[in-house]
Design a protein around this ligand. Sequence first.
Ligand SMILES: [Zn+2]
Ligand SMILES: [Zn+2]
Ligand SMILES: [Zn+2]
Length: 277
Amino acid sequence: MKLQYWGTAAAEGLPAIFCRCETCQKARERGGKNIRTRPNAMIDGVLKIDFNADTYQQSMKYGVDLTDLKYLLVTHTHSDHFYPNDINMRRQGFANYCGNKTMLTVYGSDKVMASILPMAEAKSMAGLLQGVLVQPMEKVQIDKYTVYPVRGVHAAAAGPLVYAITDGEKTLLYCHDSGPLPDEVFAYWKENGLRFDYVSMDCTSGCSPMDYDAHMNLERNIAMRDRLLAEGLADGKTVFCCNHFSHNGAHSLYDEFVEIAAKEGFITSYDGMEVEI
Ligand SMILES: [Zn+2]
Ligand SMILES: [Zn+2]
Ligand SMILES: [Zn+2]
């Protein structure tokens, strides 16, 4: 399974769109991996995870023609993960398919479907867009991938889902966005015999302490990693990656964070990073 990170920041980007803090200024000066766009990912060039306002530019940067995209799995409706206005550009009039229409199926919670289903009903979207409602703890088959969704500990109004995705050989846990997950989630993963080869975790607050539950920092990532190992949901070969960074987190700049995370046994995402799971 090949995972490519298209974007790796939190909602405001890094540098943040309207910010002149020290971290954002350093990111602008240093460039490279310190520049993070909003979070999106792609699996095997087939299954897109999330679709935000940066997806358009990212698709060109990574050489992907989205015209033929068939599968889109949405984590939640926050704007850094879901920008339905651009999905609406699939309709006839905005797009010319030259006779070769592809149906894009969007998978997500009821909050995601609230945007997708009315859009899919339009005549100009016929054969181009459909939605499939995903419920927590009800697995769904997408092409060769079996997806195990659980409710994320995140803004409930955004319908957050955390996805475990397996192709039968390798298994990815894509944990964005969420705070620490409750006991029943670990029980669900165990009941389903899952063992993760790769874990991508919300590290919004970097090395800063946290006093709220909707996201994680490095300390919480370590605690989650240790629990996954203790419960037999991961093993010594599992790769753990910190992803989804805000400029507000201490040492959240790639150049600084990558070394701190490595000491704890984590890799650090950057825009464009490809991993073979
Ligand atoms: Zn986010
Ligand atoms: Zn800033
Ligand atoms: Zn969010």
